[in-house]
Design a protein around this ligand. Sequence first.
Ligand code: SF4
Length: 317
Amino acid sequence: MRPTGKLHLGHWVGALQSWLLLQEQHECIFSIVDWHAYMGEYAQSHEISEHIIDMAADWLACGIDPDRSVLFVQSEVPEHLELYMILSCITPLGWLERNPTYKEQLREIKSRDLQTFGFLGYPVLQAADILLYKANVVPIGEDQLPHLELAREIARRFNSIYKTDIFPDCEPVLTKTPRLLGVDGRKMSKSYDNAINLADSPHEIQKKVSRMFTDPKRIKITDHGHPEACNVYSYYQVFAQQESKAVYDWCTGAKKGCTECKAFLAQSILMQLALLQEKRETLMKNKDRIRDILNMGRKKAQAMARQTLEEIKEIIF
Ligand code: SF4
């Protein structure tokens, strides 16, 4: 399940790699979660629908195959909200209030009022997204682990209250690079305005990389750096692995400056994104095709969702 908004490098090197592997052997359910976006961005709600086609184009360009995966828009399958309501009734308030991601976002995001019932319940909707399709595994970034654990607890509670085994235990699937930080060293997120998006222009990418936080102890070019403490270096290990040894040497030996180091990294990222951006541009020329893919996904997802809800209602009533 992925949010609306632009896809960024963190998504690309994180959970998406697991999705691509999984879809080789299994049918994957892949929803563009516009209700989740609404929970945090209710005051700019008109922007959410504008991003849906963009988001679908991002995922398709990255390799999500609509013949193997079910790709659809969350709000077009209302069963998500129905299950969300049911699960809300059995989820203890303390579980949500203790959620570390919730606390972090309240602390970090000052531009929006997130002190709402809906935002507190965000993980319950995530649980509904997962449980509606009885998912066994969920590819996620490391930061989403507490949310998945909550979904598992909600599933167990439902199963225990109603003495059923309708919801399977679902496991997280993490990648080798479970977390890539944003340019300011915090979690990469659109909300923090620190993400490098897959659809960013070369100029935007160069600009964002140029303002990345580096080793705070390396002030002058003659200072010996500590790559292990530098966010730029962690990007090298993902986007330019072959060069990372040379970077380590020139940084620790004070042979080159951070400006040059960042410029080279920006070029490496651009080279890696070139093919994907080309595919994305082609897709965006035919938005009707993208809409058709989302409609096809909605039909498949809704058939599965209805079946699960019927079973749930039989259990409850
Ligand atoms: Fe980071 Fe590169 Fe500067 Fe070293 S030279 S501190 S790796 S940006």
